[in-house]
Design a protein around this ligand. Structure first.
Ligand SMILES: [Zn+2]
Length: 290
């Protein structure tokens, strides 16, 4: 009886130890499997890029696709199914999927003379470029040095062809622009004033790179003059482009201004002259980086 009891106790102990060992083995195995699964999941997650490259979804020839605008391209494409994908991308890059004066950014000063200042890109109120006086022979007023040098060259060249050009309005400060715009708003209301006058910070005249030549009035019909004809045929040779083209109001935000010229340098002015596009389109295609 005593021996039988001892054997019974021994068997219980063995059974107990066996249970613990088996449990330990099973637990260890499941832990390894769990770890392995977990690692595989993590690996899968790591390999997935944060931003997927969607450019292949578009049929584009130009290389101005910007990944962060993907959702805007898709939304704009839905509204404008008649536009090809190059146009969709260029127009969204410009900002045309948004109303003028919305989604505004600061002008990128790193662009130098190629900066873009418009109804989506604003200058700071305290921004004043390095200016030089044009002198009364050239109509007075001020422009940035490089623009002024080329303006003088252009006016002198025109003179040799019997064409008389002068600056009517060059640099204008933020505050001059502000009071000009406010006066126009008081006279014509916001909607109409916005078609011909820039809100403070969005005027190219604040950059010191823009000049109104001989007039600044639609009523003068500068587009019918020999001076205008000379500018269209020659201004690009001196780095100036006609900025607010006819029938491009929906891109530039301004009605046709045959008198407003913008200095961008000889190389780019020549390219734009050949392409016959607005500066917004040129900038959105060749300068803007994502
Ligand atoms: Zn102007």
């Amino acid at each position: 009886m005593k021996l039988k009891r001892k054997v019974k106790i021994l068997m219980i102990i063995i059974l107990f130890i066996l249970t613990i060992v088996i449990s330990a083995i099973v637990w260890q195995k499941s832990l390894t499997t769990y770890k392995k699964n977990n690692q595989e999941e993590k690996k899968e997650y790591d390999e997935e890029p944060v931003y997927k490259e969607h450019s292949s979804e578009f049929n584009i020839k130009k290389s101005n696709y910007i990944e962060k605008y993907y959702d805007r391209y898709i939304a704009y494409k839905k509204i404008h199914s008649d536009y090809d994908d190059d146009t969709i991308i260029t127009y969204v890059n410009i900002g045309l999927d948004r109303e003028f004066y919305t989604g505004m950014e600061e002008v990128d000063m790193n662009d130098g003379i190629l900066l873009l200042c418009n109804k989506y890109h604003l200058l700071k109120s305290n921004y004043v470029p390095d200016l030089v006086n044009l002198g009364s022979k050239y109509g007075g007023g001020q422009l940035q040095r490089e623009a002024a040098d080329y303006f003088v060259k252009m006016v002198d060249a025109a003179k040799k062809d019997g064409i008389s050009l002068w600056n009517v309005s060059g640099y204008r400060s933020y505050y001059t622009q502000k009071s000009l715009y406010n006066n126009y708003v008081n006279r014509d209301g916001v909607a109409k004033a916005d078609t011909y006058s820039a809100r403070a910070g969005s005027s190219e005249h604040q950059t010191g790179l823009a000049t109104d030549i001989n007039t600044a009035s639609s009523a003068a019909h500068f587009e019918n003059t020999k001076e205008y004809e000379w500018l269209i045929n020659n201004s690009y040779k001196y780095g100036f482009i006609l900025r607010y083209l006819k029938d491009k109001t929906f891109i530039t935000g301004y009605k046709y201004e045959p008198w407003h010229y913008r200095y961008v340098g000889e190389k780019v002015a020549k390219e734009i002259n050949e392409l016959n596009i607005t500066y917004e389109e040129y900038y959105a295609t060749y300068i803007l980086k994502g």
